[in-house]
Ligand binder design. Structure first.
Ligand code: MOS
Length: 749
């Protein structure tokens, strides 16, 4: 299925080109950068979740040794509001600039910033600031009631009506369905916990602002910060060379970024601000708590006749983030009568935001759990139920799928897992004295492209440089860009330099939506084609060139050598030799490609698909539950680098175990604080919790996405896994847990 040559790096297991830099410590993460005269900022956090800031006493803090300033509303200087723009420019989930007014909307909101010569001095000063509040009751209680429901929500992806998808008569069809399911599923607030804390260092040089920032989107961050400081975009530069991941929390700038920039402006020195782990739970976004009512109606044979997915999510008082749980609902299964709708509950909490597989991940937990429960009610195998309801096209819009191999995912997964040996009776399967539970679920995720531009240089030493203002958030983008440049030029990866993570480079996509790979392919290919075209002109015009007398069209570049097509590559000349003969250091090419994700009138319905099969072991005597085995099959287009791709899916499955069994941000009803705001009390999956994870890629190219047919992977690995795990828990224990995470207490029945 590949059209590339046998030496092509595309589709090969390719170790990360930045691996040596990472393991030797040469890779500089944002907070590793040091600058002469650099100061350290530590924010002061509000200790109420709702009310007014009446007074700040900064006198003691200002007198402490090494303290340069304590900033607050009266002395921080002007910070403007960043306003929304069409598309993926100027995206920001907390648009109220820091210190804009005295109103406190959530616990941990920044109310002051101490800046000092050392981090320790700044922290001591921040701790010494005293605040007086007029405290009002906060509303962080868990039960969600819809109540703040505009008819349309304007999201980054376009407008979403409250009734986001509807066909047929879902209520009527449900009422008359012979087999029904009506259950509500709850997912908790989850907090992004990348190892690397959010960090930013701001440097002013006259009216030029440079930010070293831990961001998943340097281009967007530049736009947001330019607006916040009233500058043209050209006067802001954002650099993000290495990220210790982000999981969506670092997609868009948070309020500590303008705070660092404003402090640097006031003091005329670089200011570094690293957010604490506690602040990571308060002021840099989280996944919304959701409550999703699922109603499924089916015939006795298992054909779906009605599907209603009505959900409510929580959000901050000022934010506008839409947790799109209904993202995959309208197209995943064939059903003539369907509704997906949402409501919103405003709470005194920090802004909600994208978190790995936003919307679809909590959404598929509900829809796939409901499918499993319906299968149970029908006494039907859950794989069989899905096969029975496979759609021929996207029934929400009548479009054909660009590439959908969900049925093959299910069949391959079942085969690899050994699903045929499943005895559906609860607690009936045993091994080594443990009760086994087997469960499964399906997955889906968006596909498409963001706008992207890139630049490719071919240089006289035979090396290639590829540049794009996208980022590598740990997923392997450095490697993908090198593979793409190598594919086009035939130059080995060792001789390719990749530049990314700098807004001064050609505008690249955010590292989000698992779309960075699919987005950069056409831009890099066009840039390489343009550079090669320049090279071939030089080949036919340079005095002494063996190609004088030929037309550029007669020539080609392969394996790093220019040759006459009619003669084959045997007599080729390395392009570096030719450039040296022409006394040209380099040729350069630029390329760009438009956004296709979220296009208003697409020709095809474009998504990735997949499924998970999970085994848990249950030891009732000591209430010990373990995920012991996972088989995952992904239909995510052509996989450019199976090594890093597999790693992405395994990582997502590990995170899904956390979603199913561990992760939950708990709010204190007294003061509205996330109380488990540290890595001891907020549990995530650790190595000992991670089972063998067998990942298979179907590897069908999706040519509607780009010329290589790559859709991109990462987030889809988290989609559906929690439903598969809770299904396995039910199979082992007989307990259906519909509120995540599954607790041992739930199983002691
Ligand atoms: Mo992903 S939540 O789009 O970083």
């Amino acid at each position: 299925m590949t059209e590339t040559s046998t030496t092509s790096p595309i589709g090969r297991d390719t170790p990360r080109v930045d691996g040596p830099r990472k393991v030797t410590g040469l890779a500089q993460y944002t907070s590793d950068f040091l600058f002469p005269g650099m100061l350290y900022g530590v924010p002061v956090e509000a200790t109420i979740a709702n009310g007014k800031l009446l007074a700040l006493d900064t006198v003691a803090a200002e007198k402490m040794p090494g303290v340069r300033a304590v900033f607050h509303r009266a002395n921080i200087g002007r910070i403007f509001r960043s306003t929304p723009a069409p598309g993926f420019d100027r995206v920001c989930e907390e648009r109220r600039p820091p210190f804009e007014d005295d109103v406190i909307q959530y616990y941990g909101q920044y109310i002051a910033l101490a800046v000092a010569d050392t981090f320790e001095a700044a922290k001591a000063a921040a701790d010494a600031v005293r605040a007086t509040y007029a405290k009002e009751k906060s509303n962080v209680e868990a039960r969600l009631e819809a109540g703040h429901d505009p008819d349309v929500v304007f999201t980054t992806y376009g407008p979403v009506p409250r009734e986001q998808s509807k066909r047929g008569d879902p209520e009527g069809a449900f009422a008359s369905a012979p087999v029904k399911l009506d259950e509500t599923y709850v997912t908790p607030a989850e907090t992004h916990n990348p190892l690397e804390l959010h960090a930013t260092t701001a440097i002013w040089d006259g009216t030029m602002l440079t930010l070293y920032d831990s961001t998943q989107g340097v281009v967007n961050a530049r736009s947001v910060l330019a607006q916040m400081f009233g500058l043209p975009k050209e006067n802001v530069r954002v650099i993000s060379k290495f990220l210790g991941s982000g999981f969506g929390g670092k997609l868009y700038p948070w309020t500590h970024v303008p705070l660092a920039a404003a402090a640097a402006r006031q003091l005329g020195k670089p200011v570094k601000l690293v957010v604490s782990r506690k602040m990571m739970f308060q002021s840099v976004g989280h996944r919304a708590r959701t409550q999703q009512r699922m109603r499924l109606g089916a015939t006795r044979e298992g054909k779906l006749v009605s599907l209603m997915h009505d959900y409510v999510y929580h959000m901050s008082m000022l934010g506008d983030y839409h947790e799109d749980c209904g993202e995959a609902t309208p197209f995943h299964y064939s059903v003539p009568n369907l509704r997906a709708s949402f409501g919103r509950a405003r709470r005194n909490i920090g802004a909600t935001a994208d978190m790995r597989g936003p919307g679809a991940v909590p959404g598929l937990y509900a829809t796939e759990s409901a499918m499993n429960e319906l299968a149970d009610n029908l006494k039907m195998d859950p794989v069989q139920l899905r096969l029975l309801n496979e759609p021929r096209l996207d029934e929400s819009n009548g479009l054909l799928f660009s590439s959908r191999h969900y049925v093959e995912c299910l069949n391959v997964g079942a085969e690899k897992f050994g699903w045929a040996k499943r005895n559906p009776a609860i607690g009936s399967m045993k091994r080594d004295g443990l009760t086994l539970g087997w469960g499964m679920a399906g997955a889906a995720w968006i596909a498409g492209r963001f706008e992207a531009a890139a630049n490719v240089q071919l240089r006289d030493d035979g090396t290639v440089r590829v540049a794009c203002a996208t980022q590598d958030i740990g997923t392997g983008t450095y490697t993908i860009l090198a593979q793409l440049a190598s594919e086009k030029t035939g130059v080995p990866l060792d001789n390719i330099e990749v530049e990314l993570g700098d807004s001064a480079l050609p505008d690249g996509p955010i590292s989000g939506g698992s779309l960075a790979t699919s987005s950069v392919i056409p831009a890099v290919f066009k840039a390489a084609d343009q550079a090669i075209a320049s090279l071939l002109i030089i080949a036919v015009t340079t005095p002494g060139s063996p190609f004088l007398g030929h037309k550029p069209d007669d020539l080609a570049l392969e394996g790093g050598r220019i040759f006459v097509k009619a003669e084959g590559p045997g007599k080729g000349v390395p392009f570096g030799d030719l450039l040296r003969r022409a006394n040209a250091r380099l040729v350069t090419g630029s390329g760009s490609a438009e956004m296709t994700a979220f296009a208003p009138n697409p020709k095809f319905s474009k998504h990735s698909f997949g499924c998970h099969f999970v085994e848990v072991t249950w030891q009732a005597e000591i209430a010990r539950l373990r995920v012991s085995r996972v088989v995952t099959v992904m239909d995510a287009g052509r996989i450019l680098n199976p090594l890093t791709g597999r790693n992405q899916i395994q990582g997502a499955v590990v995170m899904g175990i956390g979603m199913a069994l561990f992760e939950e941000t708990i709010y204190d009803p007294q003061n509205g604080a996330p109380i488990n705001s540290n890595l001891a009390d907020y549990m995530v999956t650790v190595n000992a919790d991670a089972p063998p994870i067998d990942v298979t890629f179907l590897d069908y190219p999706d040519k509607e996405i780009n010329e290589l047919g790559a859709r991109g992977i990462g987030e889809i690995g988290l989609a559906g896994i929690a439903a598969a795990i809770t299904d396995a828990v039910h199979h082992a224990t007989g307990v259906r847990v519909r509120e995540l995470p599954v607790r041992i207490e739930n199983l002691l029945v």
